[in-house]
Design a protein around this ligand. Structure first.
Ligand code: GLC
Length: 348
């Protein structure tokens, strides 16, 4: 599948240690007004994952269908996150033009979502030239291209309503030092054409909540935080091919029933993100959480429902990963939802 192998389990451990070490750099973060954070137009959402973030739409089996936004809206969601692997559609030569047809494809999806009243997080996903384990050294060489991608994306979608939000990098697998240097640069590029659009930023280490503390937040009140949650990884990624090197095939059958002990880390992570939001005056969004389809249906529903409720209890909007692929809640071939999972997410 060519998807990068993640070492999330290790990252989680590291984060737990960092969390114990205290709030880190947050005291130095650019201070915003200490009033309640502005609200994002995002409550309950779902990721259109493994579609345009694949190396070619359909390469991982899923393609976008024009009926999706209507189905998603009718199911009770108010937004989608649209991950796009823009890097594979762009030239390697300056000025790194993105193929016009993929921008048209995205524009088409945005229009259908808008017609249904769905907000959209447009996310740059799977920039493999940066993300592979052997690619770390590529960062300086790729930076002009990365910034050029965002110049084109931002200019192309500058006329979209405020309910389209930009997320410059999914799960930045860069050193924190590199990512922190790039943040003001990519934000400046976006701000040239989109002075007030919401921009969502997450930190390194798989974008966990603790990583929010590591970002030197720019003094821009339309920049919000985003984080992902997949703990326990051996439960959420049981059977997931892209985590096979970490042993995922041996995790199949791992249950999750929502005992107090199981719920505690969920609660703590949501509280951590909410505390960061209060401290910095910025809204925060849970951009990804989900369970691979190999887990049993009751456990998937119990975990997803618990995460969604704990997030909501902290005033955090969320976006389930994913809609119709291997973590999905909808089967586009039969037109059926995984009812228990959807009901759990929607609290009904
Ligand atoms: C990240 C990856 C995506 C993966 C998901 C769950 O978003 O980019 O490919 O499916 O996490 O592991």
């Amino acid at each position: 599948m060519g998807r990068r192998v993640r070492l999330r389990a290790l990252a989680c451990l590291l984060c737990a240690c960092l969390a114990m070490a205290g709030p880190g750099l947050s005291g130095r973060a650019a201070g915003l007004a200490a009033s309640a954070p502005q609200r994002l137009p995002l409550s309950r959402g779902v990721n259109l994952g493994s579609i345009l973030d694949a190396p070619g739409e359909g390469a991982w089996g899923e393609s976008f269908q024009d009926g999706f936004p209507r189905i998603i809206k009718a199911a009770g969601f108010d937004h989608v996150r649209l991950p796009v692997c823009f890097s594979i559609y762009a030239s390697d030569e300056p000025p790194y033009p993105i193929a016009p047809w993929i921008l048209e494809r995205v524009e088409h999806i945005l229009a259908l979502c808008r017609a249904e009243g769905l907000a959209v997080i447009l996310d740059l996903h799977n920039y493999e030239e940066l993300m592979g384990e052997s690619a770390q050294g590529n960062a300086p060489a790729q930076k002009p291209r990365y910034l050029a991608l965002w110049k084109q994306i931002a200019e192309r979608f500058a006329g979209q309503p405020d309910t389209v939000l930009f997320e410059p990098m999914n799960e930045p697998a860069l050193s924190a030092e590199t990512w922190n240097q790039w943040i003001p640069e990519v934000l400046a590029v976006i701000r040239q054409s989109n002075p007030t659009r919401w921009v969502l930023l997450g930190g390194c280490a798989w974008e966990n909540a603790q990583a929010l503390e590591e970002i030197p937040w720019p003094a821009d009140e339309r920049v919000a935080g985003t984080f992902h949650f997949y703990q326990p990884f051996s439960f959420t990624h049981q059977g997931a091919e892209h985590a096979a090197e970490e042993g995922s095939l041996g995790w199949v059958g791992t249950p999750w029933s929502g005992t107090d002990g199981e719920q505690q880390p969920v609660r703590e992570e949501m509280e951590r993100a909410a505390a960061w939001s209060r401290r910095t005056g910025r809204p925060v969004h849970l951009g990804e959480f989900g369970v691979y389809q190999a887990a049993d249906a009751a456990s998937r529903a119990a975990w997803a429902g618990s995460v969604a409720r704990q997030a909501e209890a902290q005033g955090i909007g969320w976006s389930y990963w994913d809609f119709c692929a291997s973590f999905g809640l909808y089967d586009e071939k039969t037109g059926a939802f995984e009812t228990a999972l959807l009901d759990a997410l929607m609290d009904r």
